[in-house]
Design a protein around this ligand. Structure first.
Ligand SMILES: Cc1cc2nc3c(=O)[nH]c(=O)nc-3n(C[C@H](O)[C@H](O)[C@H](O)COP(=O)(O)OP(=O)(O)OC[C@H]3O[C@@H](n4cnc5c(N)ncnc54)[C@H](O)[C@@H]3O)c2cc1C
Length: 383
């Protein structure tokens, strides 16, 4: 089959681009999204700091005007009403995106189709082998993760396991999201708990680690059990769903393809912010730009690289976390205690001004950063 554009992978990035194209009406290229899953399930939640420019605000389930961070000796509660912390469940996003695509005459989604290997250029068109035969197109946007997460590929990996639970009777304070409550991890690991209360009886509880090596869900089960026990005691509860993720922190951008008609995008291809691994709003902004370019006949666009200052700040921050993981509670608590919440939220959402950057730098103890400035970065193997 031949079309204008193939989108390989219909997750956050693939569907975000597809729904933007569906909104372009007749201006959109004829598009086919190939997704290996047979059906979507509510498999993850996307959190971000609510900025005026945040995309898809109508899909947000809850916003918190207060967040807390804690080390074993200190707790900081931050009033972030100006830029609340927001959670957007993937289930609503998948459903709305599929609805928009179904209504489009130009964009089609094929579920349960696996793309096999790398597409190749034959006679001016890209050809992709799939479990449903060969597909051909003028342009390709590949959002499949290009490689399995592995030690040495990123400076750090953020791995986590979370459960959304419902307790019998009220337990949680829905006013405050606990975003980083540090606890003791293994050597070289930064370990913290994350509790997002959705109501007095319902919450997402997660155990997260930043470490040089990625970790599967089973590594966190015992600690997650302890966290639930700590909060609920003997109170009965029901598990509504589970989520596990491995996000890159400081993953080198893939080399752009020699042919600009083929582009990689998504979490592992520039979608994730280096210092946080967060990607959802970055992916939304990319999807908008890429869809616009395609509708104008200019072809697909990759994620724009971060500016030099932001990249250097993130790289140095990760370098310090990697070499001195024991400093993580001090650094994060200092940032949230000293920087005005709206400034910090802009900085973390890639929308910071140079004054925001300066405020973040001024909040951090200079010693560890100055020492790292003159040391080589921890080795990351370029793909
Ligand atoms: C549990 C979890 C929680 C997260 N929480 C946050 C958060 O709070 N905030 C934030 O900003 N980011 C978060 N992220 C990070 C990021 O936003 C998500 O990973 C996001 O889904 C990345 O989008 P993507 O399109 O790159 O990857 P995915 O959404 O994983 O999409 C890739 C798609 O490609 C498909 N695919 C793979 N191989 C093939 C193949 N061979 N053929 C066809 N299809 C294929 C997959 O089935 C999948 O649908 C989270 C990630 C996870 C996993």
């Amino acid at each position: 089959m031949e079309t204008d554009l193939l989108i390989l992978g219909g997750g956050a990035a693939g569907l975000s681009l597809a729904r933007r194209l569906a909104e372009q009406g007749a201006a959109a290229p004829r598009t086919l999204v190939l997704e290996s899953r047979a059906a979507y399930v509510d498999d993850r939640t996307w959190c971000f700091w609510m900025q005026p420019s945040a995309r898809l605000p109508h899909l947000v389930r809850r916003r918190w005007a207060k967040v807390s961070l804690a080390s074993p000796t200190e707790r900081v509660v931050v009033d972030c009403a100006e830029s609340p912390y927001a959670i957007l469940p993937s289930g609503g996003f998948y459903e709305e995106s599929c609805g928009l695509i179904t209504q489009s005459e130009r964009v089609r989604l094929a579920m349960g189709v696996r793309v096999l290997g790398e597409p190749r250029k034959v006679g001016g068109l890209w050809e992709a082998d799939t479990s449903a035969g060969v597909q051909r197109a003028r342009w390709v946007v590949d959002t499949r993760p290009p490689a399995v997460p592995a030690e040495g590929a990123a400076v750090l990996w953020q791995s986590f396991l979370g459960v959304e639970i419902e307790s019998v009777g009220p337990v949680f304070d829905p006013a405050v999201a606990e975003i980083m409550h540090f606890t003791e991890g293994e050597a070289g690991q930064i370990l913290f708990h994350y509790i997002l209360p959705l109501s007095p009886t319902r919450a997402l509880l997660e155990v997260t680690a930043f470490a040089p090596a990625p970790a599967g869900p089973d590594v966190f089960r015992a600690e997650l059990g302890r966290l639930i026990q700590q909060r609920l005691g003997e109170r009965p509860f029901r598990t509504r769903r589970e989520e596990h993720g491995i996000l890159p922190m400081g993953l080198p951008l893939p080399k752009p393809a020699a042919d600009p008609t083929f582009v990689r995008a998504g979490l592992m291809a520039g979608g994730a912010r280096a210092s946080s691994g967060y990607a959802f709003q970055r992916i939304q902004r990319w999807a908008e730009t890429c869809a616009q370019s395609l509708a104008e006949g200019l072809g697909p666009r990759a994620h724009a690289p971060d500016g030099w200052i932001l990249s250097r700040m993130d790289a140095l921050f990760l370098q310090v976390l990697r070499r001195r993981p024991e400093l993580a509670p001090v650094l994060f608590l200092a940032m949230f205690r000293k920087v005005a919440p709206a400034r910090l939220a802009r900085f973390m959402s890639d929308q910071g001004t140079w004054l925001d950057d300066l405020a973040v730098i001024a909040a951090l103890p200079p010693g560890p950063f100055l020492r790292e400035l003159f040391r080589p970065a921890p080795g990351v193997v370029r793909p």
